[in-house]
Design a protein around this ligand. Structure first.
Ligand SMILES: Cc1cc2nc3c(=O)[nH]c(=O)nc-3n(C[C@H](O)[C@H](O)[C@H](O)COP(=O)(O)OP(=O)(O)OC[C@H]3O[C@@H](n4cnc5c(N)ncnc54)[C@H](O)[C@@H]3O)c2cc1C
Length: 388
């Protein structure tokens, strides 16, 4: 057993959680990892993988019991994200996005909203977190989508871009601006739009560098009428909801990145223990051992921080936004570095598509960009030490 495997053994999971994780590992090994290369090439949404995840009832782990769920810890959720992503980063993010989009409904929704909408997810629904617009990325407060109250309805107009699960979601958590509130930030509001609502359409799906089998869609809302009963909180509560939800999705994005990093590290270790040059295994060269030492040590430190932040969330800590930013920043930079080093350790073969490390390097890149780019996270972390 190596140091990383020993670290895995320290993850704080109950017996039920361990059992679920064993099922997720078996599914990852038997179906999701073997499918990964083919869906990366075809770019086809992996419905078989999603069906198999739903056969395990995995969404239920983040839905309260009162609405049909079987809740487990945030630590267990993150470990599921990491395991799925280690097998296939596209599949990992498809499933993780369900949590990112639905957690705000659980935390801020009314009883009636939860009774009506959460069973959709327990039954294997997909969800999208719908924030980004063509002219509002890092500064989401620049969004232009409008929510206009009209009797018992809200009329949604605008366009969103880069929406994960966008072409397949049953529920969309959409952020926009309440038309009768003048102040730009104070007008941000959040509502749930259900699949098939007239006026909601998928404009296109993007052809991407990595995560090629996950759906990334541009959406249009044209006079899209949504019942006012689907509004989360009050008009203007959107920014508060957005910030709270990002704090819980950023560790999940880190778990996704660390799954990719771990896969690349393990592939590299296996390869350099076999491949020989100059009469020796590649792993026997000291220069290579130094590379390996840096990769393994940084991975261990970052994984430990993942479980630290997970424990903060499980303990209902009130203030962990900077810890979550540090985690997202370091995990995603590390995923990019370890996947790049893994390609290097494979030599020319690393550049060939037959080997998984080529895909892992492409998959890793997005983790530095989404859920706040790493430039933005560096700013947030640095700013937190400024004296008032
Ligand atoms: C595959 C994929 C999936 C996605 N999934 C979703 C999703 O499900 N839901 C969703 O809402 N969005 C999603 N996004 C959008 C993603 O979150 C944004 O792309 C990201 O927030 C960056 O916004 P932008 O692309 O407009 O870049 P910009 O904000 O235009 O940034 C361009 C560059 O400028 C830098 N920059 C910007 N502002 C600052 C600043 N203040 N200080 C320093 N540097 C700065 C950035 O770091 C970046 O390097 C997804 C994107 C992709 C590619």
């Amino acid at each position: 057993m190596n140091a990383l495997t020993r670290l895995d053994r320290t993850i704080n999971l109950s017996d039920d959680e361990q059992m679920l994780l064993e099922s997720v590992r078996a599914l990852s090994r038997d179906l999701i990892a073997p499918n990964a290369q083919q869906i990366d090439r075809s770019g086809v949404f992996p419905q078989d993988n999603v069906d198999a995840i739903n056969a395990l009832g995995l969404n239920a782990m983040f839905i309260p019991e009162a609405y049909g769920g079987a809740p487990m810890s945030y630590t267990a959720y993150l470990e599921c994200v990491r395991e799925l992503s280690r097998a296939c980063a596209s599949t990992g993010v498809i499933w993780a996005t369900n949590f990112h989009a639905i957690k705000p409904l659980i935390d801020f929704g009314t009883e009636a909203q939860k009774q009506r909408l959460l069973p959709v997810m327990v039954d294997g629904g997909l969800a999208s977190l719908t924030i980004t617009e063509p002219s509002a990325g890092s500064d989401a407060t620049g969004m232009r989508t409008s929510f206009t109250p009209d009797g018992d309805d809200i009329v949604v107009d605008g366009s969103k871009i880069f929406i994960t699960n966008g072409a397949h979601a049953d529920l969309y958590l959409v952020f926009g601006k309440w038309s009768t509130i003048e102040d730009s930030k104070a007008s941000i509001s959040a509502l749930i739009v259900e699949k098939g609502t007239p006026g909601l359409s998928v404009v296109r799906e993007e052809d991407k560098m990595g995560l090629r089998a996950s759906s990334t869609a541009a959406l249009s809302f044209e006079s899209c009428r949504v019942p006012r009963a689907n509004l989360l909180g009050a008009p203007g509560d959107g920014l508060r909801i957005l910030l709270a939800s990002l704090n819980k999705s950023r560790p999940s994005v880190a778990a996704h990145a660390l799954g990719i990093a771990r896969a690349a590290f393990e592939d590299a270790v296996a390869y350099i223990n076999e491949r020989r040059q100059s009469g020796r295994r590649i792993v026997e060269f000291q220069g290579i051992q130094f590379m390996l030492a840096d990769m393994a040590t940084d991975l261990a430190m970052c994984e430990r921080w993942l479980w630290h932040v997970a424990a903060l969330v499980d303990a209902d800590a009130a203030d962990f936004g900077i810890e979550a930013s540090m985690l997202k920043l370091r995990a995603s930079d590390l995923a990019m570095r370890i996947t790049t080093d893994a390609v290097q350790l494979f030599g020319g073969y690393g550049y060939i598509r037959d080997y998984r490390v080529e895909r892992l390097m492409r998959d890793a890149k997005i983790t530095q960009i989404w859920e706040g780019t790493n430039q933005v996270h560096r700013q947030l972390i640095g700013r937190s030490f400024m004296r008032k």
